[in-house]
Ligand binder design. Sequence first.
Ligand SMILES: NC(=O)c1ccc[n+]([C@@H]2O[C@H](COP(=O)([O-])OP(=O)(O)OC[C@H]3O[C@@H](n4cnc5c(N)ncnc54)[C@H](O)[C@@H]3O)[C@@H](O)[C@H]2O)c1
Ligand SMILES: O=C(O)CCC(=O)CC(=O)O
Length: 359
Amino acid sequence: MTTKSPAPPLRVEPFDYEARPVRVVFGPGRITEVPAEADRLGLHRIMVIADSRAPGAAVLLEALGHRISLRWHEIAQHVPIELAERAVEAAAANDVDGLISLGGGSATGLAKAIALDTGLPILAVPTTYAGSELTPVYGMTGAHRKRTGTDERVRPAVVVYDPELTFGLPPEVTGPSAFNAMAHCFAALWSPRRDPLTSALAVDAVRSATESLPVLMGDPSNVAARSGLQYAAFLAGTALGRTGTGLQHKICHELGGRLGLSHADTHAVVLPHIVALNAPAGADWAPRLHPFLGPDPAVGLWELARGSGLPTDLASLGASSRTLREVAEEVAGTPNPVPVDTPALEAVLRRAMNGEAPR
Ligand SMILES: NC(=O)c1ccc[n+]([C@@H]2O[C@H](COP(=O)([O-])OP(=O)(O)OC[C@H]3O[C@@H](n4cnc5c(N)ncnc54)[C@H](O)[C@@H]3O)[C@@H](O)[C@H]2O)c1
Ligand SMILES: O=C(O)CCC(=O)CC(=O)O
């Protein structure tokens, strides 16, 4: 591991600040408070979208009792459009007045797709570190292309975080999902829409994620580390929900939509390389991360990924050279602190493809 050093004093630039209302309930065991939160929202005919691999569904369904109008268990990454359409039809047929999602970003994403069409309020119970529950961003996939957008109708009204629900999250989901959260942090740190609060949230999220992840790799049920990683996801999602996404996320959406790759795995592989690309423009953010990631944050991330047993090459995820070229052509114009043309971006993606160190 590279040597870590203290951060220099923070320089505060002029900024605009605006926050959107969301109620967040955080703590072990607090899934029991979901019925009271549903009552607070005035929900009587709820559609529960529950990932059956995540714990808590049975408890939640029993606790909600008569408030439930429809149970939905079919969930898929990147939200296929035909799945979203069927879920919207079912919500209308059952006259539901609100949505409760329990699961990772895929369960939240389906609730968002329904809310986009219907305007129904969402109460989210996240069980990974994707952070979707705090953003107005949605995504849907059809004909191997992912469409993303931003709409306040999809931002959940209430989020209930219960770290106990993540105790059984397997290491191959925990590690990449932590990197998905850290990808939000970097997007927020270098966004033109950043402000001192989004940057502070992002820095503390990286601190908490980099402290918690190594603990969880050896002790998956460590309560403090599970809480620390979910806290990081909360901060990271809040920051991303204010600043929006950029090149890193666009690359992952293009790869995920075309190839059906695991979203979090793709973020984990690509992130160190995009951090390296943007390092020359990192005077404002890189020194703040030195205490947690060492003097070169890109290398620090790459070493953390390797040390945690995460995938570090796109080839093993199923990407091909042809796809890399298509993705580079598609996303090269995306605004980024260090502008990048198609050949340069293809070279970056090729390094990610081969599992090379970021540079
Ligand atoms: N809109 C946004 O702001 C945003 C942000 C991040 C991710 N996303 C989207 O979310 C999706 C990915 O979310 P994800 O990475 O959380 O994956 P996911 O929701 O598909 O979950 C990953 C796997 O873990 C399982 N799982 C979830 N919680 C579990 C638990 N507690 N215990 C055991 N198994 C559990 C799931 O069944 C699945 O097999 C993608 O479609 C991505 O685009 C959206
Ligand atoms: O909801 C989506 O599918 C698009 C937004 C998203 O996935 C954010 C991310 O890349 O983590």
